[in-house]
Design a protein around this ligand. Structure first.
Ligand code: SF4
Length: 174
């Protein structure tokens, strides 16, 4: 991939960036993504769960449907993080706009960061289909044209090239 002169601000789930911020105290560092895009992107690391004060390690959370609403709750405690995450996500998305972010690499299957890969649980069983995590949904609502990928969408060279081109085009417009 041809090197650009100025690196473009692109957000990334902190765990993919190598920070040990997951619920189990580990990371999900993706060396291929980090090294391949290093000449082009200036990474903006974001971990919504840590930034709303959930701590490390922490109880796993999940999306649960309650009276027709999607809620973000602790798996065992059923502590409800929805309102705090929603308020945080709106503020963070506005900040991402302000700094001119031109892309986002998000962690798959996370109830906060996942993009159409997150299960939703009903009272008795899973609700059919997959959804966005609560944070990802807010970002995508605020920035509907922002190039977004989960790490799984960047496993091939063709996938990475396509994302780079999308990010460059987006950056040229903002
Ligand atoms: S998936 Fe998102 S919320 Fe979960 S550890 Fe990674 S950055 Fe934090």
């Amino acid at each position: 991939m041809k090197r650009s002169e100025e690196r473009i601000p692109v957000a990334i789930s902190s765990c993919l960036g190598g920070l040990a911020v997951r619920y189990d105290g580990k990371d999900k560092k993706d060396d291929a993504i980090l090294s391949e895009f290093a000449p082009f992107f200036r990474w903006i690391s974001v971990c919504p769960e840590v930034e709303i004060g959930m701590g490390i390690p922490r109880e796993p959370i999940q999306l649960v449907q309650i009276e027709g609403e999607v809620r973000l709750r602790g798996v065992e405690s059923e502590h409800d993080w929805t309102d705090r995450m929603t308020a945080y996500a709106e503020a963070r998305a506005a900040w991402l706009v302000k700094i001119g972010v031109a892309g986002y690499v998000l962690k798959s299957r996370s109830p906060s960061c996942g993009v159409q890969t997150v299960p939703l649980y009903g009272a008795a069983e899973r609700v059919p289909g997959m959804r966005d995590g609560l944070f990802a949904a807010a970002v995508r609502s605020k920035l509907p044209d922002l190039p977004v990928r989960e790490e799984t969408g960047l496993e091939t060279r063709a996938g990475r090239l396509a994302f780079l081109e999308e990010v460059r085009e987006y950056a040229a417009q903002v």
